[in-house]
Ligand binder design. Sequence first.
Ligand code: GAL
Length: 422
Amino acid sequence: MINLRLSSICCYLTGWLWLFSLPGWADNGEVEVLHWWTSTGETNAVHVLQQQVEQQGVHWKNFAVIGGGGESAMNVLEARVISGNPPTAAQLKSSEIRDWAALGFLNNLDPIAKTQHWDQLLPPTIANLLKYQGHYVAVPANIHRENWLWVNTHIFKAAGAKIPTTWDEFFTAAQKIKAAGYPVLVNGNQDWQNTTIFESIALGILGGKDYIRAFVQHDATVLTSDKMLKVFEIFQKVHQFVELPPQSDDWNQATNLVIHDKAAMQIMGDWAKSEFFIAGKQLDQDFDCVPVPETQHAFLFDTDSFSMFHLDNKANQKAQKILTRTIMDPEFQKRFNLAKGSIPIRNDIPLDAFDRCAVASRRAFNQARKTGQLAPSIAHGMATTMPEQKALFDVVNHFFNTPNADPKQAILRLNRATQAAQ
Ligand code: GAL
C-alpha cells in the first residue's frame, strides 16, 4: 500500500518535472519581439530565434510588422512606446538605436557584452553602431551584404548574355536580355529598394572612401563632384531596364520573378538568397550571386540587431537577458544565418555548412575592412540619421521616377537636402 502510494507520488512528481522541462514551462518570462521579417526565408530565421529562447523556458510572442526595410515596423513601435507599452525587444537600425537610447528607453547591455566578450568578437565599425555613449544598447545577429546582383542563369544562357562585372557589360547584357524578350532588372518601387540600387552604384563609382565622405560626413565637394554626376547618370540608365513586379512592390515579389525565370536580375541584399533555396533552386545551375558591377572589392553592409526596452516585470527582464545572450550564442549565429542568407557577425564561427555566396561574403567583408571599402548602407539605416536618410530617399526617388530628370540638378538637390537635414 505504502509502496503504491510512494510510486504514485513519484509518478506525480516526475510528471510535473517533465512538464517544467517542456519549452515554455520554466518561468523565465516572456519576450515580445518586434521585427519585419515576414518573407518565407525571413520567417524561417525568426523561428530559429523563437526555438532557441523557448528551449530556455521563455515564452515567445511574435510581433511581426510587414514591410521590408522596416519603415512600418518603426511607426508601429513609436505608437506602442508613446502609449507606454513598449515591446520587450525590437529590431532597430543604428540611427534608431541612437534615437531611442537618447530618449532613455533602452537597456544597457554592457554586463552581458562583457561576459560574452563582444568587444573582442565584433568588428569595431559595427560595435560602434550598437553603442550609445560608449555603452552597448543593441545585440547584433548578422551581417548582410547588400551589393549583390541575383542572376537567373537560364535567362542569361537563353539570351547569350555574359554576367556583368562592369556597368558597360551590364548595359550590353541588358540589351541582349531585352532583345530576347525577358524583363531585365526587377525592383519594387519603394524608397529603400530604389536606394539599394543607387547606393550600390555609388559605392562602385565613388569607392569606399568617397562614399563615406559623401554620405556619412556630408562632404559637399564629393556630393557635387563629377563622380557623383556619373552615379546619377548610371542610375538613370539602369532605370530604363527596370521592371516592376506586377503583384506588389515587395522585394520578395521581385525576387520571385527571378526565381521563376520571369526576370533576369535583381539588386538586393543576401536575404534574397533564402527565397531561392526555399523554392528548390540550385546555386550555379539555376541562379548566381555576383557583386553589383564595379563593387567586387567593396562591401555595403547592413547589420540586424535588437534592442531591449526598459520593463518593470522581473520575469520579463530575465527573458530579455536570455534573448540577448542567445543572439550572440555561436549555435544561434550559425543556425540563424544559414536560414537568413547573411553571415554570422562573429568571425570565429566556421562557414563549413554555408554556401559559396556566404563564404564570398565573409571574404569580401574581411578584405573590405582592410582596404577601406567597407561602407554602411543608407537604405538600411547604417550610415545616417533618420532625417538625413529621408532627405536622400526624397532626392533619389524623385530622380528615379522622373523621366528625363537632370543629373546635374540632382547632385545640387542632393547636396542641399543633405546639408539641410543635419
Ligand atoms: C532589412 C533587414 C534585412 C531584411 C530586409 C528586407 O532592413 O536588415 O534583414 O529583412 O530589410 O526585409
